[in-house]
Design a protein around this ligand. Structure first.
Ligand SMILES: [Zn+2]
Length: 329
C-alpha cells in the first residue's frame, strides 16, 4: 500500500479523437501502476466533478457560460486545439475535481497525486494548448476558500511555459510586500491586511524557451532553458529555482506540474532529458518538499513521446519516486 492517495477517474479520458495528446494515457497509467504492483486498488480514490462555483473561483462567468452552452467562437475553439464537445467539458470539470481532492489529500498525507490534470495553459477567460480549465488553479483557490491554506507555490516542470498559471496568479501577487515570515512587530502600519484571496501564489516555471507559448507572461521565477539541455544541466537549474523560490516564499502547499514532455523523444518538446533524468527531477522536488515539511500535490500535464509507453513510464516513475521518497522510515 502506498503512503499516499492517487486520485483517478475513467472519466479523465479526453474525447478528442486522433490527436497528438494521448487521451488514453490516464487509464494506461492507472492500469500500469496496478499491474506492476506499484499501487493497489485501495490506493486509488475517485473524484467528484468540480462544481461550477469551484470553476468560477478562477474562470470568468462568461467563459464558463460559453463552455456550458457550446457557444465558443470558431477562433476560441481553434485556440483550444482540441475539438469542443459537452463530454470534453465534463472531462475538464472532472480533472478539476480530481485536483481539488488531491490537494486535500496532500495536506493530510504530505503528498498526493491527481493521475491527470496539470492544464496550465488555461486562462480565466479562455483555453489554449489542449487546456480548457486550469485544474491546479481551481484546486489552490478552493483550498484558500476553505481556509486550509493561504500560500501555495506552483512548480511547473512541463516543457512548455505555464502561461495560464502566470496570468491567473500575477494579479494576486504582492511582490513588494513583506514575506509572511517577517516578524509582525517590525512591520507596523506598512503591513497591508491580506484579504482571503490576496493571493500569495508563487509560480515557478522551468521550460524550453524556444517553444509554445510564443508569449510567456512572467511567472514569479521563469527558467527559460536552451534547446537540447540534458539531465545534469536541467537538474542544476531546477535545484537553483527551488532554492531561490523557497528563500523568497514559504508555501503551505506545492503544486508540482510533472509534465513528461522534457523527455528527449517528445514530439512537442526540444529538451533532451532521459527517462532516468526525469525520475531524478521528481525525486529532487519530493526531497526538497519533504525536507521542508511542505505538502505536495502532483498533476501530470503534457507528454507526447513518440511511444505512448514511454509517456506512461515517465508518469508512473513519478509515483515510484514519491513512494521511495515518502516511504515511512
Ligand atoms: Zn507541455
Amino acid at each position: 500500500m502506498l503512503p499516499f492517495k492517487l486520485v483517478y477517474s475513467d472519466d479523465y479520458y479526453l474525447p478528442i479523437g486522433a490527436h497528438v495528446f494521448p487521451a488514453e494515457k490516464y487509464r494506461r497509467i492507472h492500469d500500469r501502476l496496478l499491474q506492476t504492483g506499484v499501487a493497489e486498488a485501495s490506493d486509488f480514490v475517485t473524484p467528484q466533478l468540480a462544481s461550477d462555483a469551484d470553476i468560477l473561483l478562477v474562470h470568468t462567468q462568461q467563459y464558463v457560460h460559453k463552455l456550458k452552452t457550446g457557444t465558443l467562437s470558431a477562433r476560441e475553439e481553434l485556440e483550444l486545439e482540441v475539438p469542443y464537445s459537452p463530454e470534453l467539458v465534463r472531462a475538464f470539470w472532472m480533472a478539476a475535481g480530481g485536483s481539488i481532492l488531491a490537494a486535500e489529500y496532500a495536506l493530510e498525507n504530505r503528498v498526493a497525486f491527481n493521475i491527470g490534470g496539470g492544464f496550465h495553459h488555461a486562462f480565466p477567460d479562455h483555453g489554449e494548448g489542449f487546456c480548457m480549465i486550469h485544474d491546479v488553479a481551481v484546486a489552490i483557490r478552493r483550498m484558500q476558500r476553505d481556509e486550509k491554506i493561504t500560500r501555495a507555490m506552483t512548480v511547473d516542470c512541463d516543457v512548455h511555459q505555464g502561461n495560464g498559471t502566470a496570468v491567473i496568479f500575477a494579479g494576486t501577487r504582492t511582490p513588494a510586500g513583506p514575506l509572511p515570515s517577517t516578524a509582525a512587530s517590525t512591520l507596523g502600519s506598512a503591513t497591508k491586511p491580506r484579504t482571503r484571496f490576496s493571493g500569495d501564489v508563487f509560480t515557478i516555471s522551468l521550460h524550453q524557451e524556444n517553444n509554445y507559448p510564443m508569449w510567456k507572461p512572467p511567472s514569479s521565477i521563469d527558467v527559460g532553458l536552451p534547446d537540447g539541455i540534458g539531465d545534469d544541466d536541467y537538474l542544476a537549474w531546477l535545484d537553483n529555482a527551488l532554492s531561490s523560490g523557497l528563500r523568497q516564499f514559504e508555501p503551505e502547499l506545492i503544486c508540482y506540474v510533472a509534465g513528461a514532455d522534457p523527455y528527449r523523444e517528445d514530439q512537442l518538446g526540444g529538451l533532451s532529458l532521459s527517462i532516468e533524468g526525469l525520475k531524478r527531477r521528481d525525486e529532487l522536488v519530493f526531497k526538497v518538499a519533504l525536507a521542508r515539511g511542505i505538502p505536495v500535490m502532483v498533476t501530470f500535464a503534457g507528454g507526447y513521446a513518440q511511444k505512448v509507453e514511454d509517456t506512461v513510464t515517465i508518469h508512473c516513475n513519478t509515483v515510484i519516486a514519491a513512494s521511495e521518497t515518502f516511504a515511512a522510515p
